[in-house]
Structures are given as structure tokens and as C-alpha cells.
Design a protein around this ligand. Structure first.
Ligand SMILES: C[S@@+](CC[C@H](N)C(=O)[O-])C[C@H]1O[C@@H](n2cnc3c(N)ncnc32)[C@H](O)[C@@H]1O
Length: 223
């Protein structure tokens, strides 16, 4: 299955995908704070509603770990994984100033280094559209969830974006070197992907417009 047009950001010919995220790692938090604070507060309020003090939570594609650390104040234990070592380094530096019940680890979402049924909750925020094999990543998220555990997925739907929204994304991306994947999911494709991978979709809504951002809450069944 393909998800609409896949955009490969320019510049890199033979670099691995994560080289793009390596270039953005240092300035990532400042960029989110200046351009996406409102959107991230919406993300936060949704995630916070669905975690409980006893949860063992995994954040897949955690980037520089800001959400993982914030969520750790509401959970028993948090693991954050990201394929880009520079993102993990920035995340770990934060723990030196603010020790938390969080562990960060470099890992590919398509090959998660955890036993089956390890987590109560898996989150993945603004990351699935950047993964080279999103279907495998969703299967892995399902595998590591306990039966009845929940996936909280927040993802851009560039399959529903306007030309102007695509152009704005490219304007941002061309500042950095390296190649990166950017899937153009539609809302309906995400819903179908979760169902196909053994999730019962308990909630699915558009939480942001221009471009559309989807929130899907899936319960792990068929385990
Ligand atoms: C836009 S950032 C989002 C970071 C963070 N979740 C947030 O909301 O701010 C996307 C992240 O996904 C990571 N990523 C891309 N492909 C991945 C993969 N296959 N496995 C794990 N992480 C991946 C990138 O390294 C990058 O840090």
C-alpha cells in the first residue's frame, strides 16, 4: 500500500533519511516553540487525557524528548526511541538538568528493542509520516503493546493538504541538508492502516487544520 505522493526532501543523493533529522536536532525545540506552540499544546492536552499514573509508556520517534519528559510526570515509566542519534543526544542532555523516570534509546520504529506486550501506552507524535516503513512501524507498536493497551497517534495528513501547505513544508525543508521521507497520508488511510494492523479505532479526529493533523486512538486487539 502506498500513501499518496511521497515527498523526498531535496539535497541528499545517498544520505540516510535520518541525516535530515540530524541537521534539525539542535534547533528543533526552539522551532517548535516559535512556530508550533499552540498546536503542541493541543497535542499535549489530548495525550495527557489518556495516560494514567500507572502507565508504562513508549514514545516512538521521540525527537529531542520534550513530550516524553513532560509525560513522565504523569506516568510510571517512559521510554523514548528515535532513529536519529543526535535527537537522542539532545534528549539525554535534558535528563542531566531534570532527572526523570525516562530512558532514551536510539532505535528504529520498525525494529523496536522491546519484548512483546511491554507497554500500556504507545505514542507517536508528528513522526509516522517521516518513517520509511510506516506499516511495519505500526505493526511494531502493536507488538509491544499489552492486549487492550492503547496507541495514541498524532500525524500530519499531507494527503489532504493544499498546494500552499505543501510549498510551506518544502520552504522549511530546503534549509537543511539530507534526504527525508514525508508520506502524504489521508485521514481515511490512517484509520484503515490501524484497523489492518490489529487496532480497534476508538477515536479518530482531525485536531488541527492547515495542514490537517489527525489524532487516532487505537486499542490493541488480535494479540
Ligand atoms: C518531526 S520529528 C517529531 C519529534 C517528536 N515526536 C515531536 O513531536 O516533536 C520526527 C522524528 O521521527 C524520527 N524518525 C523518523 N523515522 C524513524 C524511524 N524509522 N524510527 C524512529 N524514529 C524515526 C526522526 O528522527 C525525528 O526525530
Amino acid at each position: 500500500m502506498t500513501y499518496g505522493r511521497r515527498t523526498s526532501f531535496p539535497h541528499g543523493q545517498d544520505e540516510k533519511d535520518q541525516n535530515f533529522w540530524k541537521a534539525t536536532a539542535e534547533g528543533y525545540d526552539a522551532w517548535i516553540a516559535s512556530d508550533f506552540q499552540d498546536q503542541y499544546e493541543v497535542n499535549w492536552s489530548i495525550l495527557a487525557k489518556h495516560v494514567t499514573p500507572n502507565s508504562r509508556l513508549l514514545d516512538v520517534g521521540c525527537g529531542p524528548g520534550t513530550l516524553s519528559i513532560r509525560l513522565s510526570r504523569r506516568c510510571r515509566e517512559v521510554w523514548g526511541v528515535d532513529v536519529t542519534p543526535e535527537m537522542i543526544r539532545v534528549a539525554e542532555e535534558k535528563l542531566a538538568c531534570e532527572p526523570a523516570n525516562v530512558c532514551f534509546q536510539e532505535a528504529d520504529a520498525c525494529d523496536l528493542p522491546f519484548e512483546n506486550h511491554t507497554f500500556d501506552t504507545v505514542i507517536s507524535v508528528n513522526a509516522l509520516q517521516t518513517m520509511d516503513r510506516p506499516e511495519t512501524a505500526i505493526s511494531e507498536m502493536h507488538r509491544v503493546l499489552r492486549p487492550g493497551g492503547e496507541l495514541l497517534l498524532i500525524t500530519y495528513c499531507y494527503g489532504e493538504a493544499t498546494l500552499a501547505e505543501h510549498n510551506a513544508l518544502l520552504d522549511w525543508a530546503v534549509q537543511y541538508d539530507g534526504r527525508a521521507m514525508w508520506h502524504s497520508f489521508t485521514f481515511a488511510q490512517l484509520d484503515a492502516l490501524l484497523a489492518a494492523k490489529g487496532f480497534e479505532v476508538a477515536e479518530a479526529e482531525r485536531i488541527w487544520d492547515g495542514p490537517v493533523v489527525a489524532f487516532l486512538r487505537g486499542k490493541a486487539i488480535n494479540v
